[in-house]
Ligand binder design. Structure first.
Ligand SMILES: *Cc1c(COP(=O)(O)O)cnc(C)c1O
Length: 362
């Protein structure tokens, strides 16, 4: 039936976001390795801050986010005036599309890119344009070849999800420098914290007026449920995004919990080093079983199987044992499974299960 009440063009082309599975039929103690969450959870200081905000829930939150922005500026060495906070980096991505894309404009993202880029572009009425990667790595020349006079936004996740690979800083700088004046480059740094010494692109943001960086508290900080992300960009971009942002888009609970998590550097360092250690162990264990992966720069590995059928069979084998990983066929990687780095026990379990699966295969 056709209605006279119709969504804007593009809306009905959106396939809803599919998150990681969190239940397995008949299994009570599942190991969830499907959403790149921090297996160690948030810091104790963050949990305390969260509880403390119960006292002030009758008050509207600070609409300027000044305290969290100041803390972010301090920790990362940035200009607090050019930081914007949102309900997850998903909201920053949505603000960017609302602000810079619309009917008639094109939004570029890469072959295995995060699905929210396409969803947010369509939600804004823009045309999503997917360009190829090269062997699961962002290809700057392919992006440049996809740019037209209608392009307004380009999204790159660095490190990439679900690839776990990085495109090097020189290539990103070359891309930013080669873009026509009307194109804004967005560097999604959801996994930047997992790379030693990497600034997520902040220095490039400071050096130019056509680059924005997005970051999140959902991954390393273990706060996926809280929904806090942020962006860093040129003053003209942050000013425009702030006009779109609802004044009270983040609650006092979100703001104060995120700030406490950010400032607990010991916990952050512990989580980062555990991830780095276990990521190598898991990747090596799987490689010995003939399941290779690219060297991961994030908190997951992309395990490659011989074909899609084998990947699906392995997924089912893991799921039957209560271990949930992520199928990534919708990201153009049907022969792969994305496996979040869990705690030591979870890594051992997933390696053991993939080992028994491989023995059953040969
Ligand atoms: C997880 C993730 C995000 C962050 O999402 P939030 O909305 O901040 O939870 C953004 N980009 C990529 C590539 C991700 O994997």
């Amino acid at each position: 039936m056709t209605h006279a009440i119709r969504p804007q063009p593009g809306i009905l082309n959106i396939s809803p976001y599919v998150g990681g599975v969190s239940h397995a039929a008949g299994v009570s103690n599942v190991v969830k390795l499907s959403s790149n969450e921090n297996p160690l959870g948030p810091s104790e200081a963050a949990k305390t801050a969260f509880r403390n905000t119960a006292q002030s829930l009758h008050r509207y939150p600070d609409q300027s986010h000044a305290a969290l922005r100041a803390a972010l500026a301090e920790v990362h060495g940035l200009d607090a005036e050019r930081i914007i906070c949102g309900a997850g980096s998903d909201e920053i991505i949505a603000f960017l599309c609302q602000t810079y894309a619309g009917p008639g404009s094109e939004v570029i993202y890469t072959q295995h890119g995060f699905s929210m880029y396409r969803i947010s572009a369509l939600a804004a009425g823009a045309t999503p344009v997917e360009v190829p990667e090269r062997d699961r790595v962002v290809d700057v020349d392919a992006i440049l070849a996809g740019v037209t006079e209608r392009t307004t936004l380009i999204f790159i996740a660095n490190p990439g999800n679900p690839t776990s690979t990085m495109v090097d800083a020189g290539e990103v700088a070359r891309l930013a420098a080669a873009l026509p004046d009307h194109v804004l480059l967005v560097l999604d740094g959801a996994y930047a914290e997992f790379v030693d010494g990497f600034d997520g692109g902040a220095a490039l943001v400071d050096a130019r007026d056509n680059v924005v960086m997005t970051r999140t508290f959902s991954k390393l900080y273990g706060l996926g449920a809280l929904r806090v992300g942020w962006g860093y960009g040129p003053a003209h971009v942050i000013d425009a995004l702030n006009r779109v942002r609802g004044p009270f888009n983040l609650s006092t609970t979100q703001l104060e919990t995120a700030e406490a998590a950010l400032l607990d550097r010991d916990w952050v360092d512990h989580c980062r080093s555990e991830n780095a250690r276990l990521r190598v162990l898991l990747a090596e264990a799987l490689a010995e079983m003939g399941v290779p992966s690219d060297t991961s720069c994030a908190n997951f590995i992309l395990a490659r199987f011989r074909d899609a059928a084998e990947a699906t069979a392995c997924y089912d084998h893991l799921q039957a044992a209560g271990v949930l990983v992520r199928k990534v066929a919708s990201y153009g990687l049907p022969h792969c499974l994305r496996i979040t780095i869990g705690d030591q026990e979870s890594c051992n379990r997933v390696a053991y299960l993939i080992g028994t699966f491989r023995e059953g295969q040969s």
